[in-house]
Structures are given as structure tokens and as C-alpha cells.
Design a protein around this ligand. Structure first.
Ligand code: APR
Ligand code: ZN
Length: 238
């Protein structure tokens, strides 16, 4: 089997055709909101109601969208590889659940998940797909005023980094899909792969900020490029 262990990093571009805004494309989220006001601890402490409302708006948008062909193809790849003794790690920067709804068996959400709420005081975590408000109580510690979306903000440490680097360092192939390569540590994964002698490929609408770091590249819409790539991988694997 070629590339028995594949590490896939995805970004907002993989969910764009499902109807979720990316961040840095024209008209993207950071062209409409100030990142430091809605995606930082400082922003939350300055105005928790505004930050919670930002995520309530995004969560409601997420409720109305469906996985696209790229999510479905990656779910198929992960399933087929698992059946044949291989492993596909899907590590996403996205906080939506479209990989799971597209059939992925396991997903590493390094920037958290918008459909979960976390208590700022005790860390208590629970699925929550309603609107969060500042005076909500925590189911674990009972304190009010500390519930926040389970999303990693700028200045905070992304989640599952040990698991990520373990899977990345033992991969035979690193594929980055739908990310601009702007935000670390995710943007540094391609360099870590190269340093470990792992072949790298990006699939993106256009060359990303670190396009030159990749051995291979396929440009175009994720809903077209990803299924085509997966079909080739499955055909080659025999
Ligand atoms: N198919 C493939 N790629 C696409 C598509 C598409 N249909 N549409 C957009 N893209 C590409 C863009 O060309 C861009 O390179 O997806 C990328 C999206 O980049 P960003 O908007 O910067 O999103 P992302 O890279 O995921 O951002 C990383 O930044 O703000 C933080 O936490 C946030 O997780 C996010 C992180
Ligand atoms: Zn609590």
C-alpha cells in the first residue's frame, strides 16, 4: 500500500463550498470582524456578550449547511485505509462538524468545536448547539458568567498537539487542504513533515502562503480536487 499513513490538515477552504465563510478570502470573516475583538481572551474579557453573539451567529450558520464532496471523499479515504491496515489522520483547523457528518471516523479538532461549550472557570465541557449567553450557568461547577464556546482563541494553545505531532512524524504523506498557511502551529506542519523526509502536497483553490514548501500541489475547488485525488489513491492502492 502506498502511503500507508496519511496525515491530512484541513482549513476553512474545505468547508467553503458547503457555504461556510473562510477567514482571509475576499469578504471573509476577518474582513467583517476584528479578530482581536471576537477571537481572543482579551476580546472575551472586554465584551463577553459580543464574543458569544459572534459565535452564536456562526453556530447558527453551521446548523444550516451540509458536508460537501471533499468531506465525503476524505471520510471514504479514512474508512478504506482503516479497512486495509493503513491510517488516515484528519486534523482540522475548522470548528465545524462537517468532516464527521461527511463520514470521517475520527477527527482531531485542533482549534476546538463550535458545537461544544466550555466553562472558563472549571473547564467543564459539554455539547451545546444553542445560543450561549453571559449569564448561563455551568453544569459542572454551577458558576455563571463563564460559559464560552469550545474554540481555541488567538494566544491560546491549540488542542491535541502531542497527538498531532506523533501522527505527523510517523506519516508517509502529508496533505494540506483548504488552508492559507497563515496561522501557526498548523502552518508549520509542512516544514515538520519536510524535515522528517515526508512527501508533502497541498490541495487549495490557489497557492497558499507556504506553497513553495510543498513537493506537490493541486489547485482548484476542494469539492472537485479532493474526490479526484482520493479516487486516484484508492485506485493505486489496489
Ligand atoms: N476549495 C479549496 N480551497 C479553498 C476554497 C475551495 N472552494 N475556497 C477557499 N479556499 C482556500 C483559500 O484559497 C485559502 O487559502 O482556503 C484557504 C482559506 O484560508 P483562511 O481563510 O485563512 O482559513 P484557514 O487557513 O483555515 O485559517 C486558519 O485562522 O483565523 C484562524 O482559527 C482560524 O482556523 C482558522 C485559522
Ligand atoms: Zn464550570
Amino acid at each position: 500500500m502506498i502511503a500507508k499513513r496519511i496525515f491530512i490538515l484541513t482549513g476553512a477552504g474545505v468547508s467553503a463550498e458547503s457555504g461556510l465563510s473562510t477567514f482571509r478570502d475576499t469578504g471573509g470573516i476577518w474582513s467583517r470582524y476584528k479578530l482581536e475583538e471576537v477571537a481572543s481572551i482579551q476580546g472575551y474579557e472586554n465584551n463577553p456578550a459580543f464574543v458569544l453573539e459572534f459565535y452564536n451567529m456562526r453556530r447558527n450558520t453551521h446548523a444550516g449547511v451540509e458536508p460537501n464532496e471533499a468531506h465525503i471523499a476524505l471520510g471514504q479515504l479514512q474508512t478504506i485505509w482503516a479497512e486495509r491496515g493503513g491510517a488516515v489522520t484528519i486534523c482540522t483547523q475548522n470548528v465545524d462538524n462537517l468532516h464527521e457528518r461527511g463520514g470521517a471516523l475520527s477527527v482531531i479538532h485542533m482549534h476546538g468545536e463550535i458545537a461544544k461549550a466550555r466553562c472558563h472557570d472549571c473547564g467543564g465541557l459539554a455539547p451545546y448547539d444553542g445560543d450561549l449567553s453571559p449569564n448561563m450557568g455551568c453544569g459542572a461547577c454551577g458558576r455563571t458568567g463563564g460559559m464560552r464556546p469550545h474554540v481555541v482563541w488567538f494566544g491560546e494553545t491549540p488542542l491535541y498537539m502531542d497527538e498531532i505531532y506523533e501522527a505527523l512524524s510517523s506519516a508517509d504523506l502529508f496533505v494540506s487542504i483548504g488552508t492559507s498557511g497563515n496561522v501557526y502551529p498548523a502552518a508549520g506542519f509542512v516544514s515538520a513533515a519536510r524535515a522528517a523526509g515526508i512527501p508533502t502536497m497541498e490541495i487549495n483553490l490557489e497557492p497558499s502562503g507556504n506553497a513553495e514548501a510543498f513537493d506537490l500541489a493541486r489547485y482548484g475547488k476542494a469539492s472537485e480536487q479532493v474526490p479526484a485525488w482520493v479516487a486516484e489513491m484508492v485506485a493505486i492502492a489496489g
